[in-house]
Design a protein around this ligand. Sequence first.
Ligand code: ZN
Length: 405
Amino acid sequence: MSLDVLEKGKKILRVEADPAVAENDSDDEFQDDSEDEFQDGSEADEEEAYEEVNPHPIVDFDKDDPPMIVRSTYRNMSEFKLALCQHAIKHEFEFNTEKSSQSRFRAYCSRKVEDNCPWRLHASTTVDKCAVMVKRNIFSHACSITRRKKTTRNATKHWICWKVKDFLIQEPTLGATVLKKKIKEHHKVSIPYHRVYKGQQLALKQLYGDWDSSFNNLFSFKAQVESSCPGSSVIIDHYTVSGKIRFRRFFFAMKPCIDGFLNGCRSYLAINSTFLTGKFNGQLASASAVDGHNWLYPVCVGVFDSETNDNWIWFMSRLREAIGSPLGLAISTDAGQAIIAVVAEVFPKAEHRECMYHLVTNFKKRYRGKVFDEHLWQQLTHGTHTCLRSTGLRWRKKKLLQLII
Ligand SMILES: [Zn+2]
């Protein structure tokens, strides 16, 4: 299945669902070299001499200081590589990768030439191919610790991903700048912002899925909501091009939210939309009410590309299908021309008010000064019932001026 989604700078982007592609990271710092590199089997044969007798059991290793002594065993090559990166960062050295494949890994100290450092490490899969074992790590470092570079080449985006996951589970909105500081605090390494960002994105993808496949889950989401919460409204507006489904708009209202609004809230809805700022552009529209505690009460949300008449009519019509036309309904919106016309068209019996925040913002674009700053909100509060009726912005500004001056 493929869906059209809206991406920055492009009106339409076709997204093809392909889990294999989604998993494949072309910028993979751990991208393994081909097994062909091991055609010369001399070193490989040498390693076989280190037969895994009594391997260390695979247990949850110390994530801050993973063991790298001979026969230390890890669940797979990825886990071993992350552990080796952590080992290097913890012990303040850098390694260069000599050979890397799914079954073998060899590294040497980056100061091998400058300081004649003999440190080498070989690891490979066990005979049953179920784990990765350190087969050789017999030389200590001879390089000077004070001369080791303070760069952080081994702090790869995969290592960063590993380290920031716990932070992101607790607080998914943490940005790369904050994560950079946290890594510095915990591991004493300064990593360039762009690399932290890549690690953060990788971690978010592993924790919460990626943007493209999320769109492809929409129909499963709809089926699940309709099955577990009958009466809910999940509407996916789409069209078809060459037999492939393209996304256009989305509307979502849970049955309990609809019932709660109709039976437990005052007949008032605040409707607005905001920019979506993730990978894909568009608008997130919502209708919210106020409950008996004066708390915000969600009624429905929608997604469309921009605030056009057509999109607002579609959203409002779906809202009307969900809630009907409650007696005494008042709808508050901003002063967008599209939404003003649409409210009158779809909810002709509803009272339409302009949101006070937007009214003040628009008012202050033309009328500024101390007198307005000091009295505008106060006068608005007093005069709201007489001047905020939807009979034209110009009239309201004139009326406001009379109230204030
Ligand atoms: Zn060394």
